[in-house]
Design a protein around this ligand. Structure first.
Ligand SMILES: C[S@@+](CC[C@H](N)C(=O)[O-])C[C@H]1O[C@@H](n2cnc3c(N)ncnc32)[C@H](O)[C@@H]1O
Length: 226
């Protein structure tokens, strides 16, 4: 224990990389330096099964966790929507190895499929009732001033171009082709709400309330996206 504390302080390693565990509510996940430490606000929304936006959780039969990292949100989605087959996508083969371990720890291999893909590139023809994503969203200037602890996380899990919107732009463009009628897109975007609304003035974003306020996670349905 003392050794963990010493390394946390002296090496400024995030504690979950030392203990190899991170928690979202009651759910424990294995983590190491191949993945970002789970902390998505979407976890809070899944605890409520995305109500009231999802009226009947049992009616959700397909879901996508885009940019899955450790697989944490895909696993929470599988619990929130027990009738859903979930695809969990990441570009990083290393991250998918961690996700595989977590999916196996929860015995969800039948319900959650791990797919290596550059965003939607390998998902042709697949459609979902619900797409979630906590993509990279740190802009270039913030990347320059990250505290040491964040620098221990994979850069590919954080950086998203000059304005932090590189990934979300692709997600907004591609998601409609991958959503069923009435399907929902829920995306976390960090501190980029103003930049996003400026970039997409015609999209009627619904901002979801989490413990961090109503600036960080938006929801759109397929009809609003098209
Ligand atoms: C902010 S992390 C989120 C991880 C996890 N969903 C969570 O909430 O803890 C973003 C993830 O996106 C992945 N990623 C980055 N670029 C990607 C791309 N072009 N296509 C798919 N995944 C990508 C990274 O490898 C990383 O695992």
């Amino acid at each position: 224990m003392l050794d963990i504390l010493r390394r946390r302080i002296e090496e400024r390693l995030p504690a979950p990389y030392l203990t190899h565990e991170a928690w979202l509510g009651d759910f424990r996940f294995y983590v190491d330096e191949r993945v970002i430490v789970p902390r998505s606000f979407i976890a809070e929304l899944l605890r409520e099964q995305l109500g009231p936006w999802v009226e009947d959780p049992e009616a959700i039969t397909s879901g996508l966790d885009m940019c899955t990292g450790s697989g944490c949100l895909a696993i929470l989605m599988a619990y929130a929507f027990p009738n859903a087959r979930i695809d969990a996508v990441d570009l990083s083969a290393d991250a998918l190895e961690v996700a595989r371990r977590n999916v196996a720890d929860y015995g969800l291999e039948e319900q959650v499929s791990l797919i290596r893909s550059d965003l939607f590139a390998a998902l042709q023809g697949r459609r979902y009732d619900l797409i979630l994503s906590n993509p990279p969203y740190v802009n270039a200037s913030s990347m320059q001033t990250l505290p040491e602890e964040y620098r221990r996380e994979p850069v590919g899990a954080l950086a998203s171009g000059e304005d932090g919107l590189e990934h979300v732009r692709v997600i907004l463009r591609e998601a409609p082709a991958h959503l069923n009628k009435g399907g929902l897109l829920v995306v976390e975007i960090g501190h980029n709400r103003d930049a996003l609304e400026e970039a997409f003035p015609d999209l009627p974003f619904t901002w979801l309330e989490t413990s961090a306020g109503d600036e960080h996670v938006f929801l759109l349905n397929r009809e609003q996206l098209t």
